[in-house]
Write a protein that binds this ligand. Structure first.
Ligand SMILES: *Cc1c(COP(=O)(O)O)cnc(C)c1O
Length: 411
């Protein structure tokens, strides 16, 4: 018989109503009969709660930015524009979406390697801050600004000489395509100032998906120290320092939530005792998945139930084309199970071991591998949690001609 594999922890804030999973008070059967399946459901209430909890933990002066690549769905983005102090974008496409969602240009910052000239021009025209990733990108931005008769707002993205320990995705330390090495920073800032452009400060992002608070605290301390060293070399304090983010969410068995209280207390102390050159600096965190990941659920309907050599497969109308990360094919080395449930039998005892697969004709399309769940039949609804970030837009929706899933934001 097949060996059971554990699932990740179901996030807090979800209820059971009449035996079904309810999201912000709406039963999944009602959501799917109204909107169809597969369906991404995001909860405004859970977005609000998460931001409130984070603000309560963090120093009052700290800005919280939303990295919109985690979830750019327009209603979610508009809501995050209201909740956050800034929007971090990574393309010209995201710039257009952020402006349309009501973000103010002076609260938008644009990072990412390989910005094209047309994207730099659009950002300069809009008046957003560009996080410059290399000396040659700086030259292009200055030339585009001069030609347009505009004064670009430029920050330097620094490739830190440390990484965020325990992070799922390292974005600093060693040779990286992101940001510029420390020795290039001061000459580049001098060039910006001499060209008459507006130097905004630094963007220092060391990694992503970290769950250990002490590792995040250590990285923030190193980031502030690095910003101070760079400012001394430049001879001027930065207006703004983006400290990065990296707060993760529990996806897998054994993962524990980040202790934001501990991070907030440590940061409060650090901001109260800053090196003199940073005394007028505004600090910000940029977070993606931490703000939105647990506020979304992916719902998919069972279309077939079948046996093969003693194992049971629940075949759904969804799959990796909407939830690539849950299939284990988005930057994970070992495939582990995301939190999952039979949403239409949410309080039924888990009596059988099944694998939940998608409808794509590839063995990669596995949503849950040998998990213990209530006995489910055709038309039951499967929920895959932690679908609020890197779901719909980080999955190959057009693979096999399937097309995107519908998305909704509920109260
Ligand atoms: C992707 C990205 C983020 C968001 O990462 P999360 O893990 O979703 O918090 C923040 N900043 C930068 C520069 C990024 O590239």
């Amino acid at each position: 018989m097949s060996k059971v594999k554990p699932v990740g922890p179901i996030p807090q804030g979800y209820d059971c109503l009449d035996g079904e999973l309810a999201i912000s008070g709406s039963k999944v059967s009602a959501l799917v009969s109204e909107h169809g399946s597969p369906l991404f459901v995001y909860s405004k209430r859970l977005l609000d709660l998460r931001m409130e909890c984070l603000r309560n933990a963090m120093p009052g002066s700290l800005h919280i930015h939303y990295a919109m690549k985690a979830n750019p769905y327009a209603p979610v983005l508009s809501h995050m524009v209201k909740l956050s102090d800034g929007i971090d974008i990574a393309s010209g496409g995201e710039l257009a979406m952020a402006l349309k969602a009501g973000a103010q240009a002076n609260k938008i910052s644009f990072a990412g390697p390989g910005k094209r000239d047309d994207e730099l021009l659009a950002a300069i025209e809009a008046g957003v801050t560009i996080n410059i990733e290399s000396p040659s990108e700086c030259d292009r931005a200055l030339a585009i600004g001069t030609k347009a008769g505009l004064e670009p707002r430029l920050a330097i993205r620094v490739n830190p000489d440390f990484d965020l320990k325990g992070s799922g995705m390292k974005m600093g330390g060693g040779a990286k395509p992101f940001g510029m090495d420390a020795d290039l920073v001061a000459p580049t800032v001098h060039k910006i100032v001499e060209a008459g452009a507006h130097w905004r400060g630094f963007h220092i992002f060391a990694g992503s998906q970290a769950l250990k608070a002490d590792a995040i605290v250590e990285t923030q301390a190193q980031t502030i120290a690095l910003a101070a060293r760079l400012a001394e070399a430049i001879g001027q304090g930065p207006e703004h320092v983006n400290l990065g983010g990296g707060f993760g969410i529990p996806y897998f068995p054994g993962d524990e939530p980040v202790d934001v209280g501990l991070i907030g207390d440590a940061l409060e102390k650090q901001l109260a005792d800053l090196p003199k050159i940073l005394s007028k600096t505004q600090f910000a965190l940029e977070l993606g998945r931490f703000l939105v990941g647990e506020a979304g659920v992916y719902l998919t309907r069972i279309v077939d139930r079948k046996e093969s050599r003693g194992e049971t497969f629940l075949v759904t109308d969804g799959g990796l084309h909407h939830q690539l990360a849950a299939s284990g094919n988005f930057g994970t080395v070992i495939r582990r199970n995301y939190p999952a449930a039979i949403a239409s039998r949410y309080d039924t005892p888990a009596d059988e071991v099944v694998s939940i697969v998608g409808c794509l004709c590839t063995p990669l399309d596995m949503l849950s591998d040998r998990v213990q769940l209530p006995v489910a039949q055709v038309d039951d609804i499967v929920a895959i949690f932690c679908a609020g970030a890197y779901g719909a837009t980080a999955s190959p929706a057009n693979f096999l001609g399937q097309g995107p899933a519908k998305e909704i934001l509920v109260s």
